[in-house]
Write a protein that binds this ligand. Structure first.
Ligand code: CDP
Length: 201
């Protein structure tokens, strides 16, 4: 099968994963949530006080359907907590982490029809992708969506701390030296602030 790549980049809570999942099932594409990969490394860093090189050497990431396994353990829920969100951006700014995960992302997508969401997919991971989307929304709307997700999962959080954390992450992700969050020149920008999920799809 010929490789066909759709990239969806954008800031936290802009709706990337919601849209990518629906488009994937509608058009028969494989969906790859690259943020979950950075979150697994961040979780491992939270749990283990080891040095970075040893840590990267000892992490095995597996993705089976919509389940994420860190060294064989299902961590699909744990990688979405506010604690992991609080440290994932500094971890994702480390060059060695990005080198390892970008290689894995290209490997997983090899020869397949794939939609990937993240921050640097259209700019760095797949600069030649056939379709590139840059999804944005206002910080307030993104915080509201994230707060709803937490509520559904029974995680306690308040609007102020969620919006502060989102803005902090936006800042780190957009100003880091290694593959910062930015729109690829040839990406189509969609502002999802006042659009329904169906309209964005
Ligand atoms: O779902 P949400 O938008 O909150 O974030 P995510 O997509 O799960 O990504 C979590 C973090 O991983 C981001 O804030 C980035 O720091 C990092 N990330 C990245 O650097 N590059 C990617 N391709 C994907 C995520």
């Amino acid at each position: 099968m010929e490789e066909f790549i759709v990239t969806v980049d954008g800031p936290a809570g802009s709706g990337k994963s919601t849209i990518a999942k629906i488009v994937a099932s509608k058009y028969g594409l494989t969906y790859l949530d690259t943020g979950a990969m950075y979150r697994m490394i961040a979780l491992y860093a939270l749990e283990n006080n080891v040095n970075l090189e040893a840590m990267l050497e000892n992490t095995k990431l597996d993705i089976v359907g919509n389940k994420f396994f860190l060294n064989g353990k299902d961590v699909s829920e744990e990688i979405r907590t506010p604690e992991v969100s609080g440290i994932v951006s500094p971890v994702a700014a480390i060059k060695a982490v990005r080198v390892k995960l970008v290689e894995l992302q290209r490997e997983i997508s090899k020869g397949k029809k794939t939609i990937l969401d993240g921050r640097d997919i259209g700019t760095v991971v797949f600069p030649n992708a056939q379709v590139k989307i840059f999804l944005v929304a206002s910080p307030e709307e993104r915080a509201r969506r994230r707060l709803n997700e937490y509520k559904e999962k029974g995680i306690e959080a308040d609007f102020e701390s969620v919006i502060t954390s989102i803005k902090e992450r936006d800042h780190i992700d957009s100003t880091r030296k290694e593959s910062p969050l930015m729109k690829a020149d040839d990406a189509v920008e969609i502002d999802s602030s006042v659009m329904t999920i169906e309209e964005v799809v």
